[in-house]
Design a protein around this ligand. Structure first.
Ligand code: AMP
Ligand code: MG
Length: 335
């Protein structure tokens, strides 16, 4: 697939997406979390293209999207009572289960790991495409390390019409899924926070009569869980105390010289002159903040040099923890 700018200036229809996916090509598709760049799991070409198009390192595994529990079972070896209970409670929905992989899952998808992340998305178009083409491996459709797309136009703009996109409207959840690793029928860990909280997972399991313990996720290494991720094209500064524009610029300028140019392969943008600050106000509820965050980051005025978000929530506020997780990774500085 040669990437030709302006080849896809507008979105494609579902039938064309099915044709492209079935011929082994990648297509950007909507889900309720964020838009994904999808390929059939048995197309080595399509999977390689995903990494190439996103400039994603091969050590960062992809999540496989399914449209039925049977598909999920066929991709995993240790489907147990926890997987049963969490999938029946939260699927289709923003929860990914990491399980031992079966030999149906290509090593390219799992970056050589013996486990695979599986999720059933809650979006009619994604489910239709998976039903027609089989399980689809799909990471978020942004360039590596950058803000995830939550509208079809985000992808058309980011890749200048180089890749086919199916429009499914704005994403309802707006941030990536919660990732839970199932270690055994007694132990789980949380690898990435999302809109489904640890408490909701615990409640669902206890209602199903399952008692299990959480393995400390800090000790768990999830490849691709990088310090810097979701970064907008100009620096994002988070303030924990109210600060004037003047103070923020002074703080930024004194810190910027000490910042690296790259962290974990992601380039850190560091303008040396600051003329305009864009103060981004987060919506009041965590649901709305998650839904709008990435679009607000992308809709930064063209002449702004810095984005500033003031964070006023308590660090222990569970409802906001997944948004804080994204913001701290997207931030160049926290003041
Ligand atoms: P995304 O790029 O938003 O689709 O997220 C994919 C992320 O899921 C990766 O960066 C990993 O952090 C995580 N992931 C996927 N598969 C696995 C796995 N087998 N084990 C641990 N984490 C995984
Ligand atoms: Mg991603």
């Amino acid at each position: 697939m040669t990437l030709r700018p302006h080849q896809y200036e507008s979105c494609i229809q579902i039938d064309e997406a099915i044709f492209l996916l079935n011929s082994g090509q990648p297509v950007a598709i909507p889900t309720e979390t964020v838009y994904g760049l999808a390929s059939k799991i048995d197309s080595a070409y399509g999977l390689e293209q995903i990494f190439k198009i996103k400039a994603r390192p091969f050590f960062d595994p992809l999540i496989v999207h399914v449209s039925s529990i049977d598909q999920a079972k066929s991709l995993s070896l240790n489907w147990n009572c926890i997987a049963d209970s969490l999938s029946s409670h939260f699927w289709p929905g923003p929860l990914t289960l990491v399980l031992e992989k079966s030999n149906k899952v290509n090593d390219l998808i799992t970056s050589g790991l013996t486990s695979v992340g599986i999720r059933m998305p809650n979006h009619p178009i994604a489910l239709k495409l998976i039903s027609a083409c089989g399980p689809l491996a799909a990471p978020s459709a942004n360039k590596y390390g950058r803000t995830s797309p939550t509208r079809a136009t985000h992808i058309l703009e980011e890749y200048q019409g180089c890749i086919p996109v199916v429009d499914g409207g704005p994403c309802e959840i707006g941030i990536e899924s919660t990732i839970i690793k199932v270690h055994s029928d007694r132990e789980i860990s949380i690898l990435r926070p999302g809109m489904i909280s640890q408490m909701q997972v615990e409640l669902a399991l206890s209602r199903a009569g399952i008692t299990c313990s959480w393995i400390n996720s800090k000790k768990e290494i999830s490849p691709g869980s990088m310090k810097h991720h979701y970064m907008p094209s100009i620096p994002l500064i988070i303030t924990l105390k109210q600060k004037t524009d003047h103070d923020i610029i002074m703080n930024y300028l004194s810190e910027v010289a000490h910042l690296p140019n790259q962290v974990e392969g992601v380039t850190i943008h560091k303008p040396q002159n600051i003329n305009k600050i864009y103060r981004l106000l987060l919506p009041d509820t965590p649901q709305m903040a998650a839904r709008e965050l990435y679009a607000l980051l992308r809709h930064t005025p063209k002449d702004a040099d810095l984005i500033v978000i003031h964070w006023s929530h308590s660090p222990s506020d569970q409802a906001w923890s997944s948004i804080w997780d994204r913001l701290k990774r997207a931030a160049t500085l926290i003041l």
